[in-house]
Design a protein around this ligand. Structure first.
Ligand SMILES: CCCCCCCCCCCCCC(=O)SCCNC(=O)CCNC(=O)[C@H](O)C(C)(C)COP(=O)(O)OP(=O)(O)OC[C@H]1O[C@@H](n2cnc3c(N)ncnc32)[C@H](O)[C@@H]1OP(=O)(O)O
Ligand SMILES: CNCCCN(C)c1ncc(F)c(N2CC(C(=O)NCc3cnc4ccccn34)C2)n1
Length: 409
């Protein structure tokens, strides 16, 4: 009966997922195609085999005449500022254009320079005459396990075309160019997320939001006053204690890297798709960095064993068109592991810390075991869906969010 269930799902997906829409670019790419959904005869795994490096296109793809490629040296303050400004004015907005992500410069330097990164994968397009940056796309290397397969992939992110250059088919050229540069490093798969539906999601996740500063969230239109609720009742509903409750709860430090790595690797082994982090990766991605990533752990006061871990990253949003506020301070749940402290209590301590650090909202996807705490900790479902994708790697069936152990920035 599971096949029948899959058939039903496949039909529902084909009907609901804007199947009518053609994808002139994506239909040419080695990704799961909508027409193949439910086709059990297609094997899981790479769709195309690696090519010899001599066969990879050696020169960059052609751009429209006025534009040229530029490799963005994120170490340079000036270049980092140009990237920051492009994204601040032209990156992802919500459907009602009330908010736009405002990734900070220190966040971008963190996100784009993990162990083993390639400068050549930080790709910009600029106007030949003025050198103005008008488009951007990035990749960083990551080891990602898909079931029992550990695959070195490129994590693609920060695809952005200036608002004035939209709908000119520039995005496919950006994607082909980053693909070419990834192929030159003998890497043949990629992972990416997007708020839009493309061929073909391996999983579709739901955002949940936990109000920390409900008055501001209602004032800026992020949330609405509940029916039969007053503002003072709403403030009381979301109130949190001033201090955390778990004994031994403290910030992660450098000397904790080996123990946190062991804890995380063991925890992530249960998911069908998960990041494969070694100690170098943990040191980069999870050591606290002011205004970028916060991580806490529980060290047992008796045994000094590290038993639990939680982390969140900082991604503010520009508030477009509100008189009183210009920035929404948001924390995004990152990786969390509980082996002794109940996950509910651990995450409540994370909320307490985020509130104390003046965040307005704490966001979480329903990935990993997050759905076990979302409702109880007063998260509300958001309107944003996040679709997960693999490039040149087929999964026979989509995954439930709870089968995903991967959070992209
Ligand atoms: C082996 C290594 C592989 C490496 C690469 C792996 C793949 C990586 C893929 C990228 C992962 C990015 C991860 C993130 O960063 S997700 C965040 C994406 N950025 C934004 O949403 C910022 C605001 N929006 C923009 O800057 C533009 O609208 C963008 C640049 C998004 C599209 O520009 P524009 O609006 O001017 O359109 P066009 O005329 O140039 O091109 C239209 C074509 O582009 C397809 N499109 C639209 N949006 C996306 C999207 N988010 N991912 C993939 N494809 C997308 C669209 O379906 C159509 O193709 P088709 O439907 O006709 O086929
Ligand atoms: C390519 N990297 C994927 C992750 C980027 N991330 C964090 C993201 N991708 C799509 C989303 F749908 C999303 N959501 C967080 C939820 C949310 O907070 N929605 C209200 C809101 C506040 N500010 C903004 C800015 C843009 C869009 C919605 N916004 C929805 N997050």
């Amino acid at each position: 009966e599971s096949d029948a269930a899959i058939d039903v799902l496949a039909r529902k997906v084909q009907e609901s997922l804007v199947l009518g829409k053609t994808h002139k670019f994506w239909e040419t790419q080695p990704v799961g195609q909508f027409k193949d959904i439910g086709n059990a005869s297609l094997a899981e795994g790479p769709i195309e085999q690696p090519a010899p490096l001599s066969e990879v296109k050696q020169e960059p793809y052609n751009l429209p005449n006025l534009y040229e490629w530029i490799t963005c040296d994120i170490d340079s303050e000036e270049t980092c500022m140009e990237v920051y400004n492009l994204l601040t004015n032209n990156y992802v907005e919500d459907d009602e254009n009330m908010f736009r992500f405002n990734y900070s410069k220190e966040f971008l330097r963190w996100a784009l320079r993990p162990p083993g990164y390639f400068k050549s994968w930080h790709i910009g397009v600029c106007v030949k005459s003025s050198k103005k940056l008008v488009a951007f796309i990035t990749g960083v290397p990551a080891r990602i396990r898909v079931r029992d397969d550990i695959v070195t992939m490129a994590e693609i992110n920060f695809l952005c075309v200036h608002k004035k250059l939209r709908s000119k088919r520039l995005a496919p050229v950006m994607i082909k160019e980053v693909t070419r540069r990834v192929h030159l490093e003998n890497i043949w798969q990629a992972a990416y997320t997007a708020g839009v539906v493309l061929p073909t999601p391996i999983s579709t996740c739901q955002y949940w939001h936990r109000s920390l500063n409900p008055k501001k969230l209602i004032d800026v239109g992020f949330s609405r006053l509940g029916a039969r609720m007053t503002m003072s009742r709403t403030i009381k509903l979301y109130k949190l204690p001033d201090s955390t409750v778990t004994p031994g709860f403290r910030q992660m430090e450098l000397h904790d890297v080996p123990a946190v790595t062991r804890l995380l690797r063991n925890y992530l082994s249960q998911f069908a798709v998960a990041v494969d982090l070694d100690e170098n990766d943990v040191e980069h991605w999870l050591l606290p960095t002011e205004n970028v990533v916060d991580s806490y752990l529980v060290e047992s006061p008796e045994t000094h064993e590290i038993t639990d871990f939680c982390s969140f990253y900082t991604l503010p949003s520009t508030i477009l068109g509100n008189q009183n506020y210009s920035t929404l301070k948001a924390a995004y749940s990152y990786y969390n592991v509980s082996t002794k402290t109940p996950l509910l209590q651990l995450m409540n301590d994370a909320l307490i810390v985020a509130k104390r650090k003046d965040y307005d909202v704490f966001n979480a996807l329903d990935v990993m075991q997050n759905e076990t705490f979302l409702k109880e900790l007063k998260f509300g479902p958001g309107d944003g869906k996040l679709h997960y994708y693999l490039y040149n790697y087929r999964l026979r069936n989509p995954l439930k969010p709870s089968e995903l152990g991967l959070v992209l920035l």
